[in-house]
Write a protein that binds this ligand. Structure first.
Ligand code: KG4
Ligand code: ZN
Length: 361
């Protein structure tokens, strides 16, 4: 039986592997090695360090995942890897590793667009595959609103002209003294309050494009107004001074509310233009509880990925490859004839590592 799919995702700083069942479209095992500790000292991802860590991690994770899933290498019938978009060095390491592994074993190889992975990440667990749908991808590197006409037929409606939503969370978190990437910790602090007396301006309202850089400047100003040169009472260290803990929580609350309000306004604009069957939300920020609550309160038929499939993972890359192949070749990997196998392995040039919209992998 060769019905198992090995998927590799290394577009940014997480090394992720997954083993899936082609027919059942479920996950047998998945592993993610986070590099947060490596990059924390630099307040951002250092591409060269990320690529080197992928190179160290991949062989270790590869042996572990086969053992965890109880699958032998000879049972893998398809290898999938992220081709782009992402950090070039990181992509090259994971993509080349996966391709070489596939070629050495004469197994078909399918390149996957990272954003398509995020788009299908909400489709795992339910029979809910309704189209046309609107999709919001909100991660550390991307903020896009996409129209999904069907699986494989996507159109970008809007994207950020500067920072991504996750970046807005992370940069605000850094200003508040959290280690990078502090988005989830800022959100947890914000959720401890039900309201904040501080407010932030709405940025780029009434436009299709998304922007967070103005908000970031407003948050930086708000922080600087409250920065103290010496600690007083219950206070924490933040870049450039000290902040009272209660003020820090208030700013976190205001920042989260403003970022989510920006996203809600943009979804509303596009949702009102056409009748959609579903709203798919994906990417690391899809884990944000306030965003989920606002979307649910609004009553949209929203579908979110499982929590651990919001952030970068290889399961979504495997699922995207499975769905693509099923739509092209039918239901079974064993059904692929020799010519189709060869086409699959050689149709993607290793030079085309970075792909952009429209999705072309
Ligand atoms: O999808 P992802 O793993 O990476 C990219 O493809 O970019 O998303 C990571 C991003 C980070 O910016 C992280 O701070 C943010 O998602 N994030 C959150 C939450 N959990 C992760 N932002 C807000 N609230 C959260 N609960
Ligand atoms: Zn991502």
């Amino acid at each position: 039986m060769t019905r198992f799919v090995l998927a590799v995702e290394t577009s940014c700083d997480d090394t992720a592997l997954a083993l899936l069942d082609f027919e059942k479209e479920n996950v047998l095992a998945e592993l993610v090695s986070s590099q947060d500790l490596i990059h924390a000292d630099y307040d951002g991802i250092v591409p060269e360090l990320a690529a080197r860590a992928h190179l160290r991690n991949l062989p270790v994770l590869m042996s572990r995942i086969l053992v965890e899933a109880g699958v032998g290498p000879e049972e893998v019938g398809l290898v999938a890897a992220t081709r782009g978009p992402g950090l070039k060095g990181s992509l090259l390491i994971g993509y080349t590793f996966a391709r070489a592994w596939a070629q050495a074993r004469r197994v078909p190889f399918q390149a996957v667009n990272h954003l398509e992975g995020h788009l299908v990440s909400a489709l795992f667990d339910q029979g809910l595959r309704r189209f046309p749908a609107l999709a919001l991808i909100v991660s550390g590197g991307h903020t896009e609103i996409v129209e999904m006409e069907a699986l494989g037929a996507y159109r970008e409606l809007s994207s950020t002209i500067d920072d991504a939503a996750g970046e807005a969370f992370d940069k605000s978190a850094t200003l508040l003294g959290f280690d990078y990437p502090g988005g989830a910790r800022l959100a947890a602090l914000a959720d401890t309050l039900t309201d904040s007396r501080l407010s932030l301006p709405k940025v780029m309202a009434n436009r299709d494009e998304i922007s967070f850089s103005g908000l970031k400047t407003a948050i930086a100003r708000l922080v600087s107004v409250h920065l103290m040169s010496e600690p007083q009472g219950d206070s924490i260290h933040a870049p450039g001074g000290f902040l009272r803990s209660d003020v820090r929580a208030q700013i976190a609350h205001a920042a989260q509310r403003a970022i989510v309000a920006t996203l809600m306004e943009k979804i509303e604009r596009f949702w009102s233009r056409r009748s959609y069957e579903a709203l798919y939300v994906a990417g690391g920020v899809a884990a944000n509880r306030h965003l989920r609550a606002c979307i649910e309160n609004r009553g949209w038929p929203a579908v979110f990925p499982l929590h651990h499939h919001c952030t970068d993972n290889a399961a979504m890359i495997g699922l995207a490859a499975i769905l693509k192949l099923k739509s092209q070749y039918g239901m079974s990997l064993a059904g692929l004839d020799e010519k189709e196998r060869t086409d699959l392995s050689w149709s993607q040039s290793p030079d085309e590592v970075v792909s952009r919209w429209p999705l072309d992998s």
